[in-house]
Write a protein that binds this ligand. Sequence first.
Ligand code: GI1
Length: 439
Amino acid sequence: MKIKRSDFPKEFIFGTATSAYQIEGAAFEDGKEPSIWDIFSHEKGNVKNMENSDVACDHYYRFEEDVELMSQLGLDAYRFSISWPRVLNKNGKKNQKGIDFYNRLVDKLLEKNIIPFITLYHWDLPYYLYEKGGWVNDDIALYFRDYAAMMFELLGDRVKHWITLNEPWCSAFLGYYMGIHAPGHKDINEALKAAHNLLRAHGYAVGVFREIVKDGKVGITNVVMKVEPANEVEEDYQMAVLVDEFINGWFHDPVVFGKYPENAKGVFGKLGIRTYDNDLDIISVPIDFFGVNYYTRQLVTYDPDEPFMYKIVPGNLPKTEMGWEVYPSGLYDMLKKLYIRYRLPLYITENGMAGPDKLEGGLVKDTYRIDYLMKHFEMALKAINDGIDLRGYFIWSLMDNFEWAEGYSKRFGIIYVDYSTQKRYFKDSALWLKDFLNS
Ligand SMILES: CO[C@H](O)c1c[n+]2c([nH]1)[C@H](O)[C@@H](O)[C@H](O)[C@H]2CO
């Protein structure tokens, strides 16, 4: 059964998502200070082929063309992030040229009737704050609060949908424990501290949001993985519960319940890893929605030789270029689980796939991406029809961009970017989406 746009509630919004560091470029121009990713990507061995976002998709200079493309597709909304080091310099002064860029971007979106959704933090911490300790310095929550208040003051008259953090799990565990993201640390105690300070930053920002953008909605976007036992044996089921708490619970429970998940907290305690319970009242100030970034499932199996007694097992379903299984039913399962547990409205703030996209004669035949998106749209519609308060869906991503440690080797866009010419090309998936949005 082919679903149509009209099967969704008329107020449901379809959009695309990007982030500042992945598309803007102009990394050192117009007064922008370096971020931890500007430094990390220039250090050998961190990013495939030593690629970086000095230029990326040159969006800082091409944003009008890009908004025009969004308008041609008929998108309802666009999710993007603010580069903190582009708008606030190391002396705590506003960088007016950086602020003007976001003013012009927001005004262009509104002119085209595209609803802006802003993410305040999508991993590009100002390097000058990292030098003060970054996310492991408790003061960072207040620096973030002041940055958030400034952006709410500057754009809150026109932007009514805000996301404090994108995937604090990645910032904390990829950045401070696994070392594969900036700042490249490998210290579990730093990771737990960073996680707590990220959540404190979120809570402080929501507090000032309520004073400044009275008619706005604010939430937080988390990684959402369907965690399943690799084998249907008791010990794997137990590991699935634990890993679900590590990945999903650790950043959802404190925000709603004001407490960390018990099993995971117990495991950290047993391993002598410190956890925190200060400011849980600030962390759990009420929010208006959860942003859900769903891509795939994670199969786990018990392994006593691993630090946390589990390891990830690659499943046998078809995989994307990232090696992630295509698992649409996991989206439905997680939307239902989140809605039952937290009773909050939901937006899918990211869903999409990296494909073997080839530009031939100005076309990209990414039928696999059309199939992927259609199957996930069907799960979103099923969730809505089952009474889940799902309000929107943002495809990751509007255009091919800098895929962090993978550099430009992974293409997630519905628009193809030829980085040698900066020309944009609608992939077949974009043309399909345009038809779908008009169906
Ligand atoms: C399991 O995937 C994560 O939820 C995830 C996937 N992704 C993300 N988070 C980030 O929010 C984006 O910046 C990435 O570009 C995007 C694609 O990798």
